[in-house]
Design a protein around this ligand. Structure first.
Ligand code: ADQ
Length: 724
C-alpha cells in the first residue's frame, strides 16, 4: 500500500511569527482539516500546501525540517507576487466569480493565467519530490485545477482524485474563460473528479463534451486509454464535534452571558465569510423589509450578523464591506430603540466555543447565499441544536439545499419571500420545528465528513482497480507476438474485420468513409497470403461494400449478415425476410428528422438507420432516447431490435446479427487461426460466436467480451500489416 498525499492551496494550519523569530502554529479548525485529519496524520501520509505567510530563507528551512515534517505537512513556499497573481488574481478574480455566476467581477488577464500555470507547476514539483508509483494523491479545489494533469504527465499510472469545493457553472458561463480548454484538460488528468451536487457534475460533463469533445457514459469518460469517473460527493461536517461542543459547559456559559446582555428576545443568525457570493446585502435588505412589513416583531427579534474578514485586499471585497457597513447603519439608524438594536454586527472570526454558543442561541439561521458550492454553516447550525428546536431558512442556490429539503427553502433574489419566511420561521410551532430538525439531523449525522472522506477515497481505489483490470486486456507487444506466432503456424486462417471504426476512423457522413488506397493494398496483401480468408463484416449495405471492395479477393458480409458474398461467388441473401415493418417505422423516424436538425435517415435493405453525428451535442442523445422509448413496444411485437451504435440508431430484424453470419463461415473449415476485430456493440455478437481459442479484439475502451483491446483503427492496421 502506498501513501496518501493531500494537496490544497493552504496547509491546515496558521503560522504566526512571534518575537525573536519564534514561529507559532495554530492548527486549523476548518471542516476539511478535521475531515482529513485521520488521513494525513497517519503513517507516511502527508499534506502539501502553502503555509500562508512569507518567510526568509532560514525560516523556510527551519519550518520545513523541524516543525512541518513532524506534523506530516510539506510546504509550498510562494512569493508575495505569486500570491497576488495566482491566488488573489486568477483563482479569486477569474475562477471564483465565473464559477459563482458573478461574471461582472471576472477578470480575464494573461499575466494572471501565466502565474496560475506557474504556481500549479510549483505544487507539482513539490508533489513529485515525494510521490511514488502506488501512492494516492487527492487534490482539492479550483486553485489547483491544472495540477492533476501536470502530475499525470510525469506519473502516468498514479492514482489521482480531485474535489471541487465550489459550484461548477453551466458550460455557457464556463466557456467565457479564455483558457477553458486548458483548465478542462488539466483536471481531466484525475482518475476521479468529485463535486458537491449532481447539478455541478452535470454542468461539468456538458462542458467536457462541448469543449473537450469527450462524451461520457454515466459519468465515465475515456481520456486516451484511461477511464476516469465523475460523481457527486456532498461534503458533510464533523457532526459529533459540533453536537458535543454545543453540550459543553463553557458553551452553555457563553450562551447565558449573551442572553443576559441582550435581554429577552429572539435571535436570527447570519454567519459567513465576507464574499459577494454569500448574498449578505440581500439578506440585510430582506431583514429591513421584514421589520417594515411586520412591525409587531420590532423590539422582539434581532439579527446577529457575523462576517469573517476574507480577501479584503481585493477591491470588490472592500466595496462589499462598505455596502454592508452602510446597510447595517441604515437599518439600525431607522429602527433602533433604547433597549433594542435590530442588528448586532461583528466583523471578525469567532473562536469555536463562541460560534457554538451563537448556534445554540439562534432561533433561526438565515443562510441565503446567491451561490454556494455546499455551505457548511447551515449544517453546523443543525448539528448544534440539541433540543431540536430552531428553524433553518436556506437558499436554493446552496449545494446543501439538495440534502436539506426540510429547511424553509428560498430564492435569495426574492426579498419579499425571505421577509415572509422569517415571519413563518419565528411563528413555527415547537412540534413542527422539532420534526424538521430531526430529519435534517439524521441526514447530516449519517453523511458526515468522515463518511465523505471514506466514500471518496474508497471510490478512487475502485476506479483504479477497474483501470488495472482493463489494462490486462491491452494487446501489448507480448500479445501481438503470440498472435503472430499462432498465425504463422496455422495452415488455415480466417480473419473477421468490422469496417467503420475498426479499419477506418469515423466521418461526418457515412459515404465519406470510403477505404483509402493504403487500406485496400493492405487487405489485398493479406488476402493473398496462402490459406488466408479475409472477411469484412459490416453493417453497411451490400452495394456500398461491393463498390468499395468488389475488386478485391476478399469476402463480404453486409447489413449485419443479411447479405453475404463468398470468394468467387455472387452476393447471396441470408433468406427472405419480412419487410412490412419498414413502412411503419419510416414515418416515425421522419418525424424525428423533422424536429432534429442535422439528423438524417439512411435506408438499407433490411434495416433503417437514424444518424445524429451532426446534431447539437446532447440534443441528439436526447432524441435517440426518445426514439428508443417510442419504439420499445412496437419493436418487440414486430420482432425487431433497436441497436445503439456510435451516434446512430439502427432498427433491424432481430434474427439477423453478425455472430450468426460469422458462424456460417466457421462451419466451412477447421481453422488453426481465428481473428475477429470490431469496435461497437454489434461486433459483440461476432466475438461471442467465435471458438474459445480465437483472438477477439475490441477497438476502444468500452466494456467488451473480446479477449483483448486496442485503442484505435490505426493499431488494427499495424497488426494486420504484420500479418502480411
Ligand atoms: P466557504 O465559502 O468558506 O467554503 P462554508 O462552507 O459555509 O463556506 O464554510 C465556512 C466555515 O467558516 C464554516 O465552517 C464556519 O463555521 C466558519 N465561519 C464562518 N463564520 C465564522 C465566524 N465569524 N467565526 C468563526 N468561524 C466562522 C467553501 C465553499 C463552500 C463549501 C466549503 C466546503 O464556498 O460552498 O461548503 O468550501 O467544501
Amino acid at each position: 500500500m502506498g501513501k496518501t498525499i493531500i494537496v490544497s492551496n493552504r496547509l491546515p494550519l496558521r503560522v504566526e511569527k512571534g518575537s525573536k523569530g519564534k514561529l507559532n502554529f495554530i492548527p486549523s479548525e476548518g471542516g476539511l482539516a478535521t475531515g482529513l485529519g485521520s488521513v494525513y496524520k497517519g503513517g507516511g501520509n502527508v499534506w502539501v500546501g502553502w503555509p500562508g505567510v512569507y518567510f526568509n530563507k532560514e525560516e523556510k528551512r527551519r519550518l520545513t525540517e523541524e516543525r512541518l515534517a513532524e506534523e506530516n505537512m510539506k510546504p509550498v513556499f510562494l512569493s508575495k507576487q505569486q500570491i497576488e497573481l495566482y491566488y488573489e488574481g486568477f483563482s479569486n478574480s477569474t475562477l471564483w466569480p465565473n464559477f459563482h455566476y458573478f461574471n461582472q467581477y471576472a477578470i480575464y488577464k494573461r499575466t494572471l493565467w501565466e502565474a496560475f500555470v506557474e504556481v500549479n507547476q510549483k505544487f507539482c514539483e513539490v508533489v513529485l519530490e515525494m510521490a511514488k508509483p502506488g501512492d494516492k494523491i487527492w487534490v482539492h479545489d479550483y486553485q489547483l485545477f491544472l495540477l492533476p494533469g501536470m502530475i499525470r504527465a510525469k506519473l502516468p499510472d498514479i492514482s489521482i482524485g480531485f474535489f471541487l469545493h465550489i459550484p461548477f457553472p453551466s458550460h455557457e458561463v464556463f466557456r467565457l474563460i479564455p483558457w477553458r480548454k486548458e483548465l478542462l484538460n488539466g483536471v481531466l488528468g484525475a482518475d476521479l473528479i468529485g463535486f458537491h451536487t449532481y447539478d455541478d457534475m452535470r454542468h461539468f460533463l456538458s462542458a467536457v463534451s462541448r469543449l473537450a469533445f469527450l462524451s461520457n457514459q454515466n459519468g465515465r469518460i475515456n481520456v486516451g486509454n484511461r477511464v476516469l469517473e465523475v460523481d457527486a460527493f456532498p461534503m458533510g461536517i464533523d457532526y459529533n464535534k459540533y453536537a458535543e461542543k454545543a453540550a459543553s459547559t463553557e458553551v452553555i456559559k457563553n450562551e447565558v452571558e449573551y442572553r443576559t446582555s441582550l435581554g429577552d428576545q429572539k435571535f436570527v443568525l447570519s454567519v459567513d465569510r465576507l464574499d459577494y457570493s454569500k448574498g449578505i446585502p440581500n439578506r440585510l435588505v430582506s431583514f429591513e423589509l421584514f421589520l417594515q412589513k411586520y412591525p409587531e416583531f420590532r423590539g422582539k427579534v434581532s439579527l446577529i450578523l457575523l462576517v469573517v474578514p476574507s480577501r479584503d485586499q481585493v477591491d470588490t471585497y472592500r466595496e462589499l464591506k462598505e455596502e454592508i457597513d452602510l446597510l447595517v447603519g441604515r437599518i439600525n439608524g431607522q429602527f433602533s430603540m433604547m433597549k433594542w438594536t435590530p442588528i448586532h454586527y461583528f466583523y471578525r472570526s469567532l473562536p469555536f466555543d463562541k460560534l457554538s454558543a451563537m448556534y445554540r442561541m439562534a432561533d433561526v439561521a438565515l443562510v441565503t447565499p446567491m451561490r454556494d458550492g455546499m455551505n457548511l454553516v447551515c449544517k453546523e447550525f443543525v448539528a448544534s441544536k440539541l433540543d431540536k428546536t430552531g428553524v433553518l431558512i436556506l437558499s436554493e442556490m446552496a449545494g446543501a439545499s439538495k440534502e436539506l429539503s426540510d429547511a424553509i427553502l428560498i430564492n435569495p433574489n426574492n426579498k419579499h419571500r425571505m421577509a415572509d419566511a422569517l415571519k413563518e420561521a419565528l411563528e413555527m410551532s415547537v412540534e413542527q420545528q422539532q420534526s424538521h430538525m430531526e430529519t435534517m439531523q439524521a441526514t447530516i449525522k449519517r453523511y458526515n465528513v468522515h463518511h465523505w472522506v471514506d466514500l471518496f477515497l474508497g471510490r478512487l481505489d475502485q476506479v483504479k482497480a477497474a483501470q488495472k483490470e482493463m489494462d490486462t486486456k491491452n494487446a501489448d507487444h507480448q500479445v501481438l507476438a503470440a498472435i503472430e506466432e499462432v498465425y504463422n503456424k496455422a495452415n488455415s486462417r480466417i480473419l473477421f474485420l468490422d469496417y467503420d471504426g475498426t479499419l477506418v476512423g469515423f466521418k461526418s457522413m457515412p459515404e465519406l468513409a470510403a477505404p483509402d488506397k493504403k487500406l485496400k493494398t493492405l487487405l489485398e496483401k493479406l488476402a493473398a497470403v496462402k490459406n488466408n480468408r479475409v472477411v469484412i463484416i459490416s453493417g453497411r449495405d451490400h452495394e456500398t461494400l461491393e463498390s468499395w471492395f468488389g475488386d478485391l479477393d476478399i469476402e463480404l458480409i453486409a447489413e449485419h449478415g443479411v447479405w453475404m458474398k463468398r470468394k468467387d461467388a455472387e452476393w447471396k441473401l441470408l433468406r427472405q425476410l419480412n419487410l412490412d415493418w419498414k413502412d411503419k417505422i419510416r414515418p416515425i423516424l421522419e418525424s424525428y428528422v423533422d424536429k432534429t436538425p442535422g439528423s438524417f435517415i439512411e435506408e438499407k435493405h433490411y434495416s433503417i438507420v437514424w444518424h445524429y453525428r451532426k446534431v447539437e451535442t446532447g440534443f441528439g442523445e436526447l432524441r435517440a432516447r426518445e426514439i428508443m422509448s417510442h419504439l420499445k413496444f412496437f419493436a418487440e411485437s414486430e420482432n425487431l431490435i433497436v441497436l445503439e451504435g456510435n451516434k446512430v440508431l439502427e432498427i433491424k430484424n432481430s434474427e439477423v446479427n453478425k455472430g450468426k453470419a460469422a458462424e456460417l463461415w466457421l462451419e466451412d473449415d477447421e481453422y488453426g487461426f481465428v481473428l475477429a476485430v470490431g469496435d461497437d456493440w454489434t461486433d459483440e455478437d461476432t466475438f461471442k460466436a467465435m471458438p474459445r481459442d480465437s483472438y477477439t479484439i475490441k477497438v476502444g475502451p468500452e466494456v467488451s467480451d473480446a479477449r483483448y483491446r486496442v485503442n484505435s483503427y490505426k493499431e488494427v492496421r499495424k497488426l494486420l500489416e504484420k500479418l502480411t
